[in-house]
Each structure stands twice: as C-alpha cells, then as structure tokens.
Design a protein. Structure first.
Length: 78
C-alpha cells in the first residue's frame, strides 16, 4: 500500500479485511495521507480484528463497514 500511495497518490484506495498484524495499517495511512479513500472491515464481521483494528486505532480508516457492505462502498467511490 505504501508503494501504491507513493506512485498513484489519491487515486489509490485502501481496504483492510480481517487479519493479524499492523503493517497494512501503516500502508493504509499512507494512502489516506495522499487523499485516497480508505476503509476497514468492521469488527462484527472479522474472523481476526487485528489488522482492521490497527488501522482504526491509527486513524487510517476513513470508513469502517461490515464485510457484506464493502463492495457497495467501493462502487460508491467509483
């Protein structure tokens, strides 16, 4: 995500789904800082809330939505 943010800037969208770790959160923050849209999966639909939680805690997630709504949110941006 960091590379995409550097190269494509605000035309990059960051989406974090269930998973462990924090590295994706840093990448998503880079996208948000470039003006790109970002979203994370809501805790209610995650198997593991680690990565999305890290993004939320970092302020990198512009939206937090359940898995079933993510495709709709992506389409709304485009």
């Amino acid at each position: 995500m960091k590379s995409a943010a550097e190269v494509v800037g605000c035309r990059t969208m960051g989406v974090l789904l269930t998973g462990m770790g924090r590295d994706g959160a840093q990448g998503m923050l880079a996208i948000k800082n470039q003006g790109g849209p970002t979203m994370a999966e809501h805790e209610s639909s995650c198997v593991v809330y680690g990565m999305p939680k890290a993004a939320v805690d970092l302020g990198a997630a512009g939206k937090v939505v359940p898995l079933k709504q993510i495709a709709q949110e992506i389409q709304a941006v485009f």
